[in-house]
Unconditional design. Structure first.
Length: 363
């Protein structure tokens, strides 16, 4: 393998370094990279609509009513060739679709792409093949309407390169679930998933955030209380959203996130939530936390905890981002969440049922 001549060639020569692998995992991450930027823009209040389209020819298109890359910087951002001394993927944390995004990776690993931007009453288009732009952006006249009504926005269309990826078929259900998660993690964002050619179209809009999501997840189950218990915390630059819904039955569901990353092995945010809930019940019962083991407290529980904030604040144990390891986060959540839960549970209809799960132990 030779020395890459530029950043695009580096990505295409070593795709697994940037998207994980060249199979199903890496293929879907080309889409996740775009959804991550859409989430960041929504978190900052810069976007309210996202549409993800899956074409019958294996193409993907994402449209977001967010900030856009300027015409002057579009080619540089699409190739990672900055004239400003800023390296691609290491841009400022509030750069939107610019240097801090993984847009360059999705484009570099495509066989063809098209990026359209709308701003200041004008539309510009950049075309590319095999990861490289075909010249400079061109002004589209007459201006086409945006796929989603808005004063500004961006649409990224691409087809994954069959000479790079071993798998080319996207899992519609998987991408649809991702859109559902995005709407819950960015309250107020309207997220649409469109299957071009088969008539599939789904819209998620969850202004109630993770609490509304927990309610949706349990709609087919007999609930022990009508509405989820929701708590919203702040710790420095981080926001922590929690939701609890108990239902009849033994099984429990616990979903945890760090921005859009599903932390399947959980971590500091989940540890803090568990300790806070057990301690709150012990406080209400006037006993010890150990008398409320998690195995009993969690019966029938659907819980969601989502940490959001600047990417530079997210720390994980290992490269897979499965376990959140932000120093101090567990204690911060436990100390803030416990008194909030004591207050919410004191006269709550589910509390007698939870206190009945106490397991006395010898002192």
């Amino acid at each position: 393998m030779g020395i890459p001549k530029d950043f695009i060639e580096s990505i295409r020569m070593r795709p697994a370094m940037y998207c994980g692998d060249v199979g199903e995992y890496g293929l879907h991450h080309l889409v996740y990279f775009l959804l991550d930027v859409a989430y960041e823009e929504a978190r900052r209040g810069e976007s309210r609509d996202v549409v993800l389209e899956l074409g019958g020819d294996g193409s993907v298109a994402l449209c977001s009513t967010s900030r856009v890359v300027s015409v002057e910087n579009l080619v540089a951002v699409a190739t990672g060739a900055s004239s400003l001394g800023v390296r691609a993927l290491e841009g400022p944390p509030d750069d939107g679709w610019g240097w801090g995004s993984m847009l360059v990776v999705s484009l570099a690993l495509s066989s063809r792409y098209q990026v359209d931007t709308w701003a200041d009453g004008q539309q510009w288009r950049l075309l590319g093949e095999h990861g490289r732009p075909l010249g400079e952006p061109s002004k589209v006249t007459p201006r086409e309407p945006m796929p989603v009504p808005g004063a500004r926005g961006i649409r990224v269309y691409f087809v994954p390169d069959a000479t790079i990826f071993e798998v080319l078929a996207f899992d519609r259900a998987r991408l649809s679930r991702r859109c559902n998660e995005l709407a819950a993690l960015a309250p107020g964002l309207r997220v649409s998933f469109v299957g071009v050619g088969n008539g599939e179209r789904s819209l998620w809009h969850l202004p109630g955030g993770v609490a509304q999501w927990a309610h949706s997840l349990t709609e087919a189950q007999p609930r022990l209380h009508p509405e989820p218990i929701a708590v919203d915390l702040e710790w420095g630059e981080l926001r922590v959203q929690c939701a609890f819904q108990w239902c009849e039955g033994e099984a429990h569901v616990l979903r945890s996130f760090a921005n859009t990353v599903r932390t399947v092995r959980h971590g500091a945010h989940v540890d803090g939530l568990i300790q806070a809930l057990r301690s709150a019940l012990a406080k209400l019962a006037g006993t010890l936390r150990r008398e409320f083991p998690w195995s009993r407290v969690s019966q029938g529980l659907t819980a969601i905890v989502a940490v959001s904030g600047p990417q530079r604040r997210m720390a994980f144990a290992g490269p897979t981002k499965e376990l959140l390891a932000i120093v101090g986060l567990e204690d911060a959540i436990r100390k803030q969440l416990k008194p909030r839960l004591v207050e919410r549970l004191r006269n709550h209809p589910v509390t007698p049922k939870l206190l009945a799960r106490r397991t006395p132990v010898a002192r």
